[in-house]
Design a protein around this ligand. Structure first.
Ligand code: ADP
Length: 159
């Protein structure tokens, strides 16, 4: 079974993440979203909320699963019998960090491949921070997030 993991914070999941996941899932038997527990970013949604929003947003895709992780991504990949890590690349600005991370992951475990995909151009400028900022300030992001995420954002910011 060829399995790939998709690690990240996903605070919250948006259509750019889903675009990458759907296309990567076609190339593997299983794609597993793995949600980082120990993030330094002070997320808006706790881990359980982030997991359940991913589950609900991807429940129409049969070979996608969702879990959480702490520690090193390459260790999680190895322990879960995954052969690769998928990451999204939007701009040149993503490249530098992703390149360093991929090199370090290769050093830590050369058996785990790092793969990169660009999203559909309509999601190229999308990120979770901007989605949260727009909703916080009364804007509508329903074109960029699944409806469960839209509802969750509205209820977070409605007090
Ligand atoms: P991070 O992993 O930096 O905490 P995220 O959880 O938002 O950030 O992102 C997880 C993965 O999804 C990363 O590989 C990131 O590059 C990718 N990603 C984020 N936003 C988009 C987007 N709009 N299009 C494609 N990939 C994206």
């Amino acid at each position: 079974m060829r399995k790939i993991i998709y690690p990240g914070t996903f605070d919250p999941i948006h259509n750019g993440h889903i675009d990458i996941a759907m296309r990567a899932a076609k190339l593997f038997d299983v794609l597993e979203f793995v949600v980082a527990v120990n993030v330094e970013k002070d997320p808006l949604f706790n881990v359980d909320e982030r997991l359940s929003l991913i589950k609900e947003s991807t429940n129409h895709i049969e070979n996608i699963s969702v879990s959480r992780f702490t520690g090193l991504v390459v260790d999680y990949a190895k322990n879960s019998d995954s052969i690769a890590i998928i990451r999204g690349l939007r701009h040149v600005s993503d490249f530098e960090f992703e390149f360093q991370m991929a090199m370090m992951n290769f050093y830590l475990n050369p058996d785990i491949a790092s793969l990169f995909m660009m999203p559909d151009e309509k999601y190229i400028h999308l990120n979770s921070t901007i989605v949260k900022d727009v909703v916080k300030n009364g804007g509508n992001v329903s074109a960029f997030v699944p409806s469960c995420v839209n509802d969750a954002l509205l209820s977070k910011y409605s007090g």
